[in-house]
Design a protein around this ligand. Sequence first.
Ligand SMILES: Nc1ncnc2c1ncn2[C@@H]1O[C@H](COP(=O)(O)OP(=O)(O)OP(=O)(O)O)[C@@H](O)[C@H]1O
Length: 269
Amino acid sequence: MTLLSIQKVSKTYEIQQGWWGRKHLVRALQAVSLTVEPGCCLGVVGESGAGKSTLGRIVLGLEQPDRGEIWFQGKNLRHLRRDQQRILRRDLQVVFQDSLSAVNPRLSVREIIGEPMQNYLNMSPTQMSEQIQQLLEIVGLRAADIDKYPHQFSGGQLQRVTIARAIALKPKLIVLDEPVASLDMTIQAQILHLLADLKEQFELSYLFISHDLAAVSFMANKLVVMYQGAIVEAVEDLKQLHHLQHPYAQQLMAAQLPSHPRDRLLFSS
Ligand SMILES: Nc1ncnc2c1ncn2[C@@H]1O[C@H](COP(=O)(O)OP(=O)(O)OP(=O)(O)O)[C@@H](O)[C@H]1O
């Protein structure tokens, strides 16, 4: 069964520039359709303003579309009762770009990772500590980091904490919204390798949103290119990346990817 199916989703924002400025409409998404199959990574690439994050927020239920439907695990997310949504949401997690604003600076790692576990799992404090320590080790941190606070970590380490939180409930799908964009190149590669390993280990699926075609093509099985709120190209087989049709997609490709995959040294292990 298809894990996530987005059907003709549209979203328009009304924007006013300045107090007296005229209002105008921004079509953030225009009849966007896509699917994510179990165990797969679908990349969504496009420049800033293309509508990628709006799409991610809608999938996560943080915003409602004006039109269109979102099916997750065979259920229409727009037509679920709150309690049914809660059960499904357990299987749908997120990692954002900015790990620092994705966590509460006053909470310890134990509280940050423990929060979804407390909401959904019935565990004793000892079991929970053990589980959190295990998660920390899985994402490449130390069990002893459990009582540290966000400011005691580097950006890359803190992103590992948010990844541990995202996998804590063993979800089916994780929305990765520019998960490496704020990190320097070596750390980007490390985090991408970690995400790829976790995908295999926990049979995860990803919706990987990024402006960076190289990062997305490292992990994606399929990808779509977004331009001005619409999908302008869908690539079913990454070997076909060099045969993109849409002028914007070709431009993105020429600007961001070396002509041969073997030259993508950054992302080789
Ligand atoms: N809450 C909002 N209110 C008004 N306009 C918005 C809102 N969110 C997004 N937009 C507009 O919708 C369009 C798509 O934005 P979105 O953030 O989804 O694009 P993006 O591809 O994720 O780009 P970026 O990577 O820069 O965030 C942009 O023109 C943006 O200004």
